[in-house]
Design a protein around this ligand. Structure first.
Ligand code: AMP
Ligand code: MG
Length: 342
């Protein structure tokens, strides 16, 4: 399959991304890739230390299961033949994160995800078909608790890279001043309704009942000089596991964390739904067949703990920190949607 021509990003400081036309040996042995992967390694080390210091237990993530996260904006799941049963590769580990709280109150994974994203995303600079999430879940946490944790984690990791990896940042041409506001100031928050109104005011046709689309996200991101949260997405725009606000029916207790400078979404998170009957209703409302979710609903019937959590896209976070043109450059073995590669 040949690659579509990259579109020029209107709000990104740089123009179209070079696409991964290099063979894998050239990619892996280039100075750029080495600098990026050293920074990514520092980010992983900093993440693990930060979460361990706060009492989180790292678990190894699941790779396959009878069901996986259906809330994945237009991408396709990959089937696996499990002894005659149709299993899926994980698109995200959300269902297992909730279950894991039966073992520990605070858990995290560095989890691989596979999503067959639509072909047109090969040129967004932000989509891989295989990527990783820093996946965090905390029992009895509110959305506000978990947003604070996400903010502290991102600030901690970026500060450590700035401190420990100045040579690599310089080699990549990433100005450390880009992170001064991030490290010193707290992240703003805007509601989905206000973000939508802003976009419509700017002439971007954002549907108020849907996830903010990629271009809308990039426009908002391009207007900001430090990361910010978008909160309160409308019911119907996200997965069944994002809890509805009891005080504001139709609004979900969730958030996205958006990187500045046009880099777009870094993380999504929420307070989770855990009530069995509500989960079944929400599955039906989101077009999911509850009978597919046997093990998860059995668990919910017996009692899943209340929790909040989030997932940060590791390659997207790396791209932002390193100032890369495209997210594939933050992967050792990049897989772009539709592109046959190593
Ligand atoms: P989501 O469950 O779609 O919110 O994904 C969680 C996080 O993973 C997002 O906030 C992104 O940072 C990252 N992510 C999602 N899809 C992709 C993709 N196709 N390529 C790279 N990163 C992704
Ligand atoms: Mg998201």
């Amino acid at each position: 399959m040949s690659l579509l021509q990259p579109t020029k990003l209107i709000h990104h400081p740089q123009t179209a991304a070079p696409q991964p036309t290099k063979p894998l040996d050239e990619h892996l042995s280039s100075d750029t890739t080495r600098a990026v992967l050293r920074i990514q390694n520092q980010m992983l080390t900093a993440t693990r230390r930060f979460l361990a210091d706060r009492g989180f237990t790292e678990l190894l993530p699941p790779i396959i299961g009878p069901v996986t996260d259906p809330g994945i904006r237009g991408s396709k799941q990959v089937d696996v033949d499990f002894y005659g049963h149709k299993y899926k590769l994980m698109t995200s580990a959300i269902l297992y994160k909730q279950a894991s709280l039966l073992a520990f109150d605070k858990i995290f994974y560095i989890a691989p995800n596979v999503r067959l994203e639509p072909l047109l995303t090969a040129v967004t600079h932000r989509h891989l078909a295989e990527f990783h999430q820093i996946d965090v879940e905390m029992r009895d946490a509110t959305r506000e608790d978990i947003m604070r944790l996400a903010e502290e984690l991102v600030s901690h990791v970026v500060a450590e890279v700035v401190r420990e990896r100045p040579a690599e940042l310089e080699a990549l041409g990433r100005d450390r001043d880009a992170f001064r506001e991030l490290v010193e100031e707290s992240f703003d928050r805007i509601t989905h309704a206000d973000a939508t109104a802003d976009l419509v005011g700017l002439g971007h046709p954002q549907d108020p009942g849907a996830e903010i689309d990629w271009m809308g996200e990039e426009i908002l991101s391009g207007k900001s000089s430090r990361p910010f949260f978008v909160v309160d997405y409308p019911k119907g725009s996200r997965g069944f596991y994002d809890r509805e606000d009891l005080a504001a029916p139709g609004v979900l207790r969730n958030f996205d964390l958006i990187a500045p400078e046009g880099y777009g979404e870094l993380a999504s998170g929420s307070e989770r739904e855990f009530d069995y009957a509500t989960l079944v209703t929400r599955m039906r409302e989101t077009g999911e067949n509850p009978s597919k979710y046997g093990w998860y609903l059995d668990l919910a019937r017996r009692g899943i703990p209340a929790s909040s959590g989030f997932g940060i896209g590791l390659e997207r976070f790396t791209r932002y920190v390193t100032g890369l043109n495209a997210v594939w450059q933050a992967s050792a073995y990049p897989k772009l949607p539709g592109v046959v590669s190593a």
